[in-house]
Design a binder for this molecule. Sequence first.
Ligand code: PGA
Length: 231
Amino acid sequence: MHSKLLVANWKSHKTISEATQWLEDFNSAVVTWPKEVVAVLCPPMPFLASLHHDLQQFPKLLDQLQLGVQDISPFPLGSYTGAVSAQQVLDFGAKYAVVGHSERRKYFRETNHDVALKVDQALEAGLTPIICLDEPYFLSQLTALNPDSLSKCVIAYEPLEAIGTGDSQPVNEVVSAVTQIRHHFGQAPVIYGGSVDLGNIQDYLEVTDGVLVGGASLEAGEFAQLITSVK
Ligand code: PGA
């Protein structure tokens, strides 16, 4: 079996004490880690350094739980007030950067061009971009990206109506979208996001390379169960 990627996206939830507690609870809850699973925790940016530090106390998690950021600057280091560049998060253990999440595209008006710049910045710094594409726009969003860089990225297919609604997309529709994405850009792993939970994760893992989990990652025990459920 190929390895599966389980990405936890906390979005703008939690305080630092809740985040610290999550890691402790998660460490206790994960008894055995399936060898073929890699998890990526994407906390709010201000918690990254502290969680990176705390992770060192949990040797069981060190190799398997990677850190990522939910967004990254489209610019390099420099005079870009308020922005956090890809290079700046590397020292805090980040290995992945989510880019182009539908909430960024919707609430922060991010364009395909912004997303392409972020992908370039992430790759240049050595981060793996997790590029979110949302149905119904996924093919135009995908073709706006540089095909040469896509082999080093993860593609997250996320139907808009499935995000945070409890109404996950039927597996046959996911298969059709994933097939189209693979047809255009066969090299990149493709993961699914949108109301993934314990009841449906297996179905999605059978047809994709992993899942992007929002709501079901907020509670440490629930996310640990998702991981240990992977067969
Ligand atoms: P959800 O979020 O699992 O809460 O639907 C997924 C996402 O927004 O990436």
